[in-house]
Unconditional design. Structure first.
Length: 412
């Protein structure tokens, strides 16, 4: 493990952290590709968490397993008491078939790392290796949080319920997400609300089945469902202030038996995203009003469920300022920028509601087609040259927080 001479929580070594992280690139790629071949979905990350725990133990960290079922926590304890800074990575994959033709494609049918969590895990493992190689912090602690089940199953909350922010108490946190819309190694961050709330909906349209040639004797649930899908899109265009972003997406629809039969029922599931708590609270009522009106007009009925999922991710403004200054010291002023909020959801939101936090984006697009597919696409991949940038940034944020903690605390 490379060592940066004279570290001891000073800011000057920042420029060397990227060089040190780059020395880990081959190992980072090996980890990332291994996780990519062996994806595990939420609360099933047994193999992944075992690899992570073994690595942290080998580094000499205090390791706690089974936090939030399959989460792992490593603690690098400082020489003297002080603040504790948390670094988080998510470990779970998606229940989507990998369509890439690469030697490291998923070996598990119907599961794949198509959101970059394999890279997140690898980068935090690299940051743990880099930081432990520098020796114990003079003051304060660094907590490495490897989280399960980010993809819709609230693994962050499960880990918090198991005390991940305690013993020692976490004073602030940082996390990252790879972004294919940003150039490799670019850091992007949003002040205030950074990511939208992410709620789920399920709708059942109940009609009356019949023969396809005699539609007047039936109530076509597929036709009604189509009208419902079209109508709920008018929430954003006609029922909500156009300056207030909201997204309603139906991602799955099922119904019917065959081409010559009218479907008696259709089931749909989707997601609702909003940036403000006020609009989020309005959405169940707006949706049901439209669903009721459409189904009534066609003589159908419905069942509707609205499940509150993740709140918005809110970046602490002082932590954002701290992050941008750290990025400038590390990379210069050419590799970071402020970004608009994303309508994507992230359960890092639960941490951000509890402690001052910052969640930032890391660019992984190198200009080639294979790195340009969006998150959750069956062909999603990333430029692995970005991995050392993530390791360096996570490491620098933790080091500089412990060094600057008195001034940061006074503003937070």
């Amino acid at each position: 493990m490379p060592y940066i001479q004279g570290r001891r929580c000073k800011l000057e070594p920042d420029a060397k952290l990227l060089e040190t992280a780059r020395a880990l690139k081959d190992q980072l790629i090996a980890w990332r590709r291994d996780f990519h071949r062996h994806p595990e979905t939420g609360y099933e990350e047994f193999r992944t968490s075992s690899i992570v725990a073994d690595h942290l133990r080998a580094l000499g960290l205090e390791v706690t397993c089974n936090v939030g079922k399959t989460g792992v926590v490593g603690l690098l304890r400082g020489e003297e008491p002080g603040p504790t800074f948390g670094l988080r990575a998510d470990m779970d994959a998606l229940p989507i078939q990998d369509r890439k033709s690469v030697e490291y494609c998923s070996l598990v049918p119907g599961k794949a790392h198509l959101c970059g969590h394999d890279a997140h895990t690898s980068m935090l493992m690299g940051a743990a290796q880099l930081l432990t190689g520098l020796g114990r912090p003079k003051r304060g602690n660094i907590k490495f949080v490897f989280q399960p089940a980010e993809e819709g199953l609230a693994g962050a909350k499960a880990m918090m319920d198991d005390g991940v922010l305690e013993n020692p108490k976490v004073d602030a946190m940082a996390g990252l997400h790879v972004f294919p819309s940003l150039n490799t190694g670019t850091i992007s961050v949003t002040k205030g609300v950074a990511f939208a709330s992410a709620d789920s909906i399920s709708i059942k349209i109940i009609g009356k089945g019949g023969h396809a040639a005699r539609p007047h004797e039936a109530v076509d649930a597929i036709t009604v469902a189509a009208k419902v899908i079209d109508a709920i899109q008018h929430i954003a265009s006609r029922l909500v202030d156009p300056l207030e972003p909201v997204v309603v997406t139906i991602g799955k629809i099922q119904g019917g038996y065959m081409g010559t039969a009218i479907a008696p029922e259709v089931e749909m599931v989707g997601t609702v995203r909003a940036l403000t708590p006020e609009l989020r609270e309005r959405m169940p009522g707006l949706l049901e009003r439209i669903i009721r009106g459409v189904t009534d007009s066609f003589g159908a009925s419905y069942e509707f469920k609205y499940n509150m999922g993740y709140p918005p991710v809110v970046n602490n403004e002082d932590m954002v300022d701290f992050l941008t200054k750290t990025s400038e010291r590390l990379f210069g002023d050419k590799r970071w920028k402020y970004a608009k909020p994303s309508m994507g959801g992230e359960d890092f939101a639960f941490y951000s509601l509890s402690v001052p936090s910052v969640f930032f984006r890391l660019g992984v697009h190198n200009g080639q087609e294979y790195t340009g597919y969006p998150l959750h696409h069956p062909m999603f991949d990333l430029d692995e040259e970005a991995l050392p940038y993530g390791v360096a940034m996570l490491s620098a944020v933790a080091l500089n927080y412990l060094s600057d903690s008195s001034s940061i605390h006074s503003s937070i």
